[in-house]
Design a protein around this ligand. Structure first.
Ligand code: CP
Length: 331
């Protein structure tokens, strides 16, 4: 059967990508990482392109790593935040996006509190749109960097037992993880208080997913545990016990981690609530790969920016120098 590796105009969610497209994006991140871990961290692959970073919700990791990714590929960047833009004067998201399009930006990287906002923008603009997190829908580059980190540490995803712990109902990270991990062959156990498990997961993911509210059951023999941020702002909705009780019943601590495989790795997308969903002992342990995720986020975002150009893929087996030369020829 022919593999679906067609390039898309936009990256809106991992739900819409084939396994082959995901594998291309992950493979392409390897030479990107090689490139930016040398002393001269730049390649000219996106020289002359402009990347607009439109963040209408707070972000540390995603915004800065997209900016670094764009700059390391020699693109120009613009930063637009709701608090300092004409959104404050009532301008709509679509009008803001069309304004950027009229300025001939090549990419709009959008974070927005409304699920589906990047999809609406993508229909209205020529620029390539990348979803940097939309409401509780998807955060595709987070899903890709999590998968890349797992492959880097475990050598594969196929056949792994992955536990996702926490506020799954409100988590775009959980959704993008579920799509990428199940497409790449992992078995995912989702664990949260019953009120924080969204309906319909079984219908969508079938036998690839197990759902439980018992953390010990979820982490037993796990190869990977991905801990989600407890969205404490949801506390007022009475969807969970108190934060103290949540930490006791659902937080990942060393004794729970000991139930997993000895070489189990722990991921967290950040920002972490230490002492709530994860203890500092776990967050700072040798099994934690949280800072590897941050580093890999730049490589994945370089890969996504480059992939959307439609240029031939860089050679994953090439050295950083060969990659640089190849991307120079393409620019
Ligand atoms: N993981 C993540 O999206 O972090 P930021 O909110 O800091 O971008």
């Amino acid at each position: 059967m022919k593999k679906d590796t067609a390039r898309l105009k936009d990256l809106l969610g991992l739900e819409y990508l084939s396994r082959a497209q995901i594998e291309e994006l992950l493979d392409q991140a390897k030479p990107m990482k090689q490139l930016f871990t040398r002393s001269v961290k730049k390649a000219p692959a996106l020289r002359g392109k402009t990347v607009a970073l439109v963040f209408f919700e707070p972000s540390t990791r995603t915004r800065t790593s997209f900016e670094l990714a764009a700059k390391r590929l020699s693109a120009d960047t613009l930063n637009i935040a709701a608090s300092t833009s004409s959104v404050q004067k009532g301008e709509s998201l679509i009008d803001t996006a069309k304004t950027l399009d009229a300025m001939k930006v090549d990419y709009i990287v959008l974070r927005h509190s409304a699920s589906g906002a990047p999809h609406l923008v993508a229909r209205e603009v020529k620029a390539r749109v990348i979803n940097a997190g939309d409401g509780s829908h998807e955060h595709p580059t987070q899903g890709l960097l999590d998968a890349f980190t797992i492959i880097e540490k475990k050598g594969k995803i196929d056949g792994l037992k992955v536990a996702i712990l926490g506020d799954v109902a409100h988590s775009r990270v959980a959704r993008s993880n579920l799509w990428v991990l199940t497409k790449l062959g992992a078995h995912v156990t989702v664990c949260a208080p019953e009120t924080l498990i969204p309906p319909g997961l079984k219908e969508i993911f079938g036998s690839h997913v197990t759902i439980t509210s018992h953390v010990d059951e979820a982490v037993k023999d796990a190869d990977v545990i991905n801990v989600l941020r407890l969205q404490v702002e949801r506390q007022k909705e009475n969807l969970m016990p108190s934060i103290r009780e949540y930490a006791e019943l659902f937080g990942l601590n060393l004794s729970r981690l000991a139930l997993a495989k000895r070489d189990c790795i722990v991921l967290h997308p950040g920002p972490m609530n230490r002492g709530v969903e994860i203890t500092s002992e776990v967050a700072d342990s040798h099994q934690s790969v949280v800072l590897d995720q941050v580093t890999n986020g730049i490589a994945i975002r370089m890969s996504v920016l480059y992939w959307l150009t439609g240029h031939p893929l860089l050679d994953g087996g090439a050295t950083a120098e060969q990659t640089l030369t190849q991307s120079e020829k393409l620019s």
